[in-house]
Each structure stands twice: as C-alpha cells, then as structure tokens.
Design a protein around this ligand. Structure first.
Ligand code: B12
Length: 142
C-alpha cells in the first residue's frame, strides 16, 4: 500500500475538499496521512519523511498558492526526498487565470502535476498509481 501525505498549505483554512480527497484516496487503496488545513512546507516534508511517503498532495484554495508553494521542491531535495511526487490542486491563484499558464507556473516550481478544482479525482488516483510505479518501480510498494 502506498503512503501519501495530504494537506492544505499555508494559512488556508478551507477544510471540505481536504476531507473529500482523504476519502477518495483511502477508498482507492492509498494509506493517507492527512495533515488537514494550515500546513507549512516543513510539516509536509516532516510527515513524508516519517511515513516514507511516495507523494505529497498539496491543496490551495484561497489564492495564495504560488507564494505558499514556492521552494517546496527545493526543500524536499535538501531533506533527501529526491524522488517524491508532488501534486498540487485547487484554486491556485487569485481570480480566473488561464489554466495553461497556471499549470506551467507550478510545474516550473517542481510540481509533477497540477490540477483544476473540477478534476475527476478517480482519474487522479489512477495517475498517481502510475506515477508511483514509474518513479519507484513495482516492487517498492510500501
Ligand atoms: C466555504 C468557503 C469558505 C469558508 C471555509 C470554511 C472551512 N473551514 O472549510 C470560509 C468562510 C472560512 C472561507 C474563508 C475565505 N475564503 Co473561501 N470559500 C469557500 C467556498 C464558498 C467553498 C469552499 C468549499 O468548501 N468547496 C467545496 C470543496 C469540495 O471544493 P474545493 O475546496 O474546491 O476542493 C476540491 C477541488 O478544489 C479539488 N482539489 C483541492 N485540492 C486539491 C489537490 C489535489 C492534488 C487535487 C488533485 C485536487 C484538489 O478537489 C477537492 C474535492 O473535490 C469557496 C467558493 C467555492 N465555491 O469553491 C470560497 C473560496 C475558496 N474562498 C475564497 C476566499 C478569497 C476566501 C478568503 C480569503 C476570504 C477573505 N477575504 O477572508 C478566506 C480565506 C480564509 C483562509 N485563511 O483560508 C475564494 C478564493 C479565490 C481565489 N483562489 O482566487 C473562493 C473561491 C470564493 C471566491 N469565488 O472568491 N471560505
């Protein structure tokens, strides 16, 4: 069973989507470590190290995602999480901006995948299983 870490980054207190993500990913067979809302970059990284997680799924709803997420990939590498998969989703920027532009911005920050709020979460669970298999191989499935 793959362990993943979930949480809502920064000072963001939007709690409902986080609970839905927990349920969908648990039902899909992941071991979910849910840090809830208002999670710092260090809290994500500490939890991922402690639980040997394969992925960190970051939510940001309140529009400050860019500021809150900047530097997360670099910090993961500094702390030895060279291979960890980083996904981010929600209302990532203030207001309505072209999604291709938003996606590029977050990919340039080191996120592997970037999701709109209306993404099909079942599809995301399948993508994540494939991404974990590709990056960590089949055998390493703890
Ligand atoms: C309820 C709500 C609140 C409540 C939150 C209560 C709580 N504790 O949950 C309160 C009143 C506290 C609140 C406050 C604020 N809010 Co508010 N809030 C909402 C509202 C109406 C609904 C949020 C919700 O529960 N949606 C339902 C869940 C199921 O959907 P979701 O959160 O989007 O999550 C799904 C997807 O985004 C996706 N997803 C999320 N993360 C990830 C991650 C990955 C990896 C993947 C794959 C998918 C994914 O999957 C989730 C499940 O389906 C939204 C508007 C809206 N209709 O979304 C505004 C909204 C999010 N809020 C907004 C704002 C601006 C604020 C405030 C800054 C307002 C203010 N000036 O004070 C504050 C911020 C407070 C803070 N520190 O966080 C804006 C954000 C705008 C932006 N990003 O540009 C929104 C969009 C309203 C708007 N149209 O302006 N809010």
């Amino acid at each position: 069973m793959h362990t993943i870490v979930l949480g809502v980054i920064g000072s963001d207190c939007h709690a409902v989507g986080n609970k839905i993500l927990e349920k969908v990913f648990s039902d899909a067979g992941f071991k979910v470590v849910n840090l809830g809302v208002m999670v710092s970059q260090d809290e994500f990284i500490n939890a991922a190290i402690e639980t040997n997680a394969k992925a960190i799924l970051v939510s940001s709803l309140y529009g400050q995602g860019e500021l809150d997420c900047e530097g997360l990939r670099e910090k993961c590498i500094e702390r030895g999480l060279d291979k960890i998969i980083l996904y981010v989703g929600g209302n990532l920027v203030v207001g309505k901006q072209d999604f291709d532009y938003v996606e590029k911005k977050f990919k340039d920050m080191g996120f592997d995948r970037v999701f709109k709020p209306d993404v099909d979460l079942i599809e995301v669970t399948k993508l994540l299983k494939d991404d974990i298999e590709q990056r960590f191989g089949n055998k390493d499935s703890k």
